[in-house]
Design a protein around this ligand. Structure first.
Ligand code: DQA
Length: 146
């Protein structure tokens, strides 16, 4: 069993990108944390990042029939992309939305998520720990449904 952990634009720059907002943790650190956490639950992860909307959509399509679900930090595409939302609706996989920062405490344009209505739920504001919470939420959901 595997889950896809998918990261959108600019998240490759974590560690140096606006550390006052996102902290000093790098995406590689987050991948390591996720891998260790998943291994403890007998779970494999695929950890991907892309700055390109279409490539993120391709990753979502590829998860269909392969992964249990998706942990998605779509970055700024969260607030703009109907296409990403449609991709999620199309594959019918459970998705947990994650944000490092509390998007609801930031600029008004970050308060809208196109992903949230098609996600199981949203975790925002807990930094890298949010990814681990999202993995747990996905597991509870899928194992509860077995
Ligand atoms: C983010 C929040 C988004 O508003 C922003 O565009 C990002 C990162 C977060 O993880 O807090 O790129 O998704």
């Amino acid at each position: 069993t595997s889950i896809l952990i998918l990261n959108g634009p600019n998240l490759n720059l974590l560690g140096t990108r606006q550390p006052e907002v996102y902290g000093h943790v790098t995406l590689t650190d987050i991948a390591e944390m996720c891998r260790a956490h998943a291994a403890a639950h007998d779970l494999e992860i695929l950890f991907e990042q892309s700055n390109h909307e279409g490539q993120l959509i391709d990753h979502i399509h590829a998860a269909r029939g392969r992964d249990l679900g998706i942990v998605l930090n779509a970055g700024a595409y969260t607030h703009t992309s109907v296409a990403l939302r449609d991709a999620i609706s199309s594959v019918e996989l459970p998705v947990v939305e994650v944000h490092l920062s509390n998007i609801h405490a930031r600029e008004p344009f970050r308060h809208l998520s196109h992903i949230a209505p098609v996600a199981l739920g949203q975790i925002a504001g807990f930094g890298a720990k949010g990814y681990l919470l999202a993995i747990d939420a996905l597991l509870d959901h899928t194992r509860g449904a077995e």
